[in-house]
Write a protein that binds this ligand. Structure first.
Ligand code: SF4
Length: 595
């Protein structure tokens, strides 16, 4: 037996060798070089001893997110700087030094980094010092859209621009962050992790609030001023907070115990740090001070404005500069109220998708493919393999949602809650399969349907970058969506380095229709109150709490406009327990709407 097996192996080897020789012969005939595999360049590590002199650069969010993220980095002992908002010259630099045929966020972000390094050089920082004393920290992905190419694009453009060897560190990539031996330069500690989580949630909530308050501010410029002061105050707090260390906080008698027992020390430190970051007195007091400051802004919510929900590609719907033609600023100038999308939605989407994928792949990934009906242990093992995964992700989802909504509650409670991912997927699914991944996946379609059927906005504006693969797919599908929902005002705008005037004029046209819709809705609401607008306004003038941004106006389903919602609520207040209620009942005009 043994000798037969040996002969077979020898024959197999013989076959393999002959195949390899034939392959080489044919490749030679075809004039092909022996294939050389691509290997990812080995990055110089960012080490712990470099921390005091290396500056971490990052960017790509709104100024609120970026200021808070920088504060967390600094609070954890890093030197950190945010990149400027990408502009058209950055886009052009990206085109000059990057590959052809990329989507436009690639050009904007890659060019922005090169532009900043060129600026440092112009300021007199020698190139060698730039390579040694700066690193760029960014997100990476394995695709399937061009997001998977970002890291390679950064390296390619940096090399072409003369910054070969500049370090690009990815969140997901421990190799670039970890030193080959010893302590990594960037340590993902509990303080850092929870600090970042707070920064992202605070950034989202501030961003949402600014766009809810600014259109109704009475004193022009007050919202921007107050928010800058508030974010600065919170940044100082995040930067200067003491880290929780049980060895310092424990009573004197317990200190030696914690000093000598590492497991005990670490366990207490984990829970202590978690508590300090999320429920700590200092943190909650800082939020309370921020809330008070923001509530001092005077607002007039009777201004009628169409609500424009922003959807589209992640970067294009977040950036606040040339990358989306300064669209938010333009919309506000045109008297619209912008409904922005929090970054938290994207994280919730990733977790939801991970769950859906785990379920869909389970028939293939389960440990036992076809157990017999009586093999109960195997059935149980199969079930457990899925349940364990789903429970882990579900716990992450719950925590994420809880902490996000807690931030909202701590900052006045007026910002929007995260939309249910299940509902978004179900609404999108008839048009866009949720397993078609890349970019925002089914979200663009799901949000369009969700905000329209629930009447949460007057118009949906999708901002998508030129050359964006997933957004082009969504656009194709949106024509079927518009056909089904006839009263939908949906406008997709392709953003690029040029064409701002054209884009603005297209938005202006769609906005015209949205304004008519908002005005009609307001007039109908006013009529239903049976009062004149000046009557309502004079009641508001007598009640200063109604002119504060954190005055809570309960949402009435079916009404999108802030002004319409507000006057219905004020009317309800005016009628409650007064002669107005009796008059309204007699006229039969009010109560149904103002329940
Ligand atoms: S979603 Fe679109 S724009 Fe964004 S990285 Fe992918 S292809 Fe580029």
């Amino acid at each position: 037996m043994a000798s037969t097996r040996l002969v077979q192996i020898e024959q197999d080897q013989d076959i393999q060798e002959r195949l390899a020789a034939e392959r080489i012969r044919l490749r030679k005939i075809a004039g092909l070089e022996p294939s050389r595999h691509f290997h990812k360049p080995i990055e110089r590590a960012f080490t712990a001893e470099e921390r005091s002199r290396v500056t971490i650069l990052f960017g790509g969010f709104t100024w609120k997110h970026e200021d808070l993220i920088r504060a967390v980095f600094q609070g954890c002992g890093y030197r950190c700087e945010k990149l400027p908002v990408p502009d058209v010259p950055a886009f052009q630099i990206g085109k000059e030094f990057g590959n052809n045929g990329q989507c436009n966020p690639t050009y904007f972000t890659v060019g922005n980094l090169v532009q900043y390094l060129q600026f440092l050089e112009k300021e007199g920082v020698p190139r060698k010092d730039i390579l040694d004393n700066y690193v760029f920290f960014t997100a990476g992905s394995c695709g399937p859209c061009r997001f998977g190419m970002y890291e390679a694009e950064y390296r390619f453009a940096l090399k072409n621009a003369g910054f070969d060897g500049f370090r690009v560190l990815l969140f997901k990539d421990s190799d670039g962050i970890r030193a080959a031996s010893g302590e990594p330069g960037l340590k993902f500690t509990i303080d850092f992790g929870f600090g970042m989580l707070n920064a992202m949630h605070l950034g989202d909530v501030f961003n949402d609030m600014i766009y809810q308050i600014r259109p109704f501010e009475v004193n022009k410029g007050e919202t921007d001023r107050v928010f800058h002061e508030t974010v600065d105050g919170l940044c100082t707090d995040l930067k200067n907070r003491d880290s929780f260390e049980i060895e310092e906080r424990a009573p004197e008698w317990a200190k030696p115990k914690f000093k000598s027992n590492k497991i005990l020390r670490n366990t207490f430190n984990v829970f202590g740090k978690m508590h300090e970051n999320l429920w700590g007195k200092d943190y909650l007091e800082a939020l309370a001070a921020a809330r008070e400051k923001m509530n001092s802004i005077e607002v007039d919510r009777t201004k009628v404005k169409p609500v424009v929900k922003i959807t589209g590609e992640f970067w294009a719907q977040t950036t606040e500069g040339d990358g989306n033609f300064h669209m938010f600023e333009f919309l506000e100038r045109e008297s619209a109220q912008v409904l922005v999308e929090p970054i938290a939605t994207w994280v919730a989407y990733l977790m939801y998708q991970a769950k859906a994928h785990a379920k869909a792949k389970w028939p293939v990934t389960r440990p036992y493919r076809s157990p017999k009906w009586f093999e109960l242990k195997k059935h149980l093992a199969n079930q457990m393999s899925l349940r364990k995964k789903l429970m882990g992700i579900a716990a992450g989802e719950k925590m994420w949602n809880y902490l996000y909504h807690r931030t909202i509650d701590n900052l006045g409670g007026i910002t929007h809650h995260l939309v249910s991912q299940t509902e978004l997927a179900e609404m999108a699914h008839p048009f866009y399969n949720q397993f078609a991944r890349g970019g925002e996946g089914h979200l663009e379609v799901g949000k369009n349907v969700y905000y329209t059927v629930h009447k949460l906005c007057h118009m949906v504006l999708a901002l998508k970058p030129f050359g964006c693969m997933p957004s082009s797919q969504s656009d194709g599908v949106q024509s079927a969506v518009i056909n089904k929902f006839k009263d939908m005002i949906f406008l997709p705008i392709e953003t690029s380095g040029e064409g701002e005037v054209n884009a603005h004029s297209r938005v202006q046209m769609a906005l015209g229709e949205a304004k008519v819709k908002a005005k009609a809705e307001f007039e109908q609401a006013l009529q239903s109150t049976g009062k004149r607008l000046d009557e309502i306004k004079s009641y508001i003038a007598d009640h200063p709490e109604l002119r504060r941004p954190f005055y809570h106006v309960p949402h009435r389903p079916g009404i999108a406009g802030t002004a319409a919602q507000f006057i219905l609520h004020v009317n309800h207040r005016m009628n409650s327990g007064s002669r107005f209620r009796r008059r309204a009942r007699a006229q039969g005009t009010v109560v149904s709407n103002a329940a």
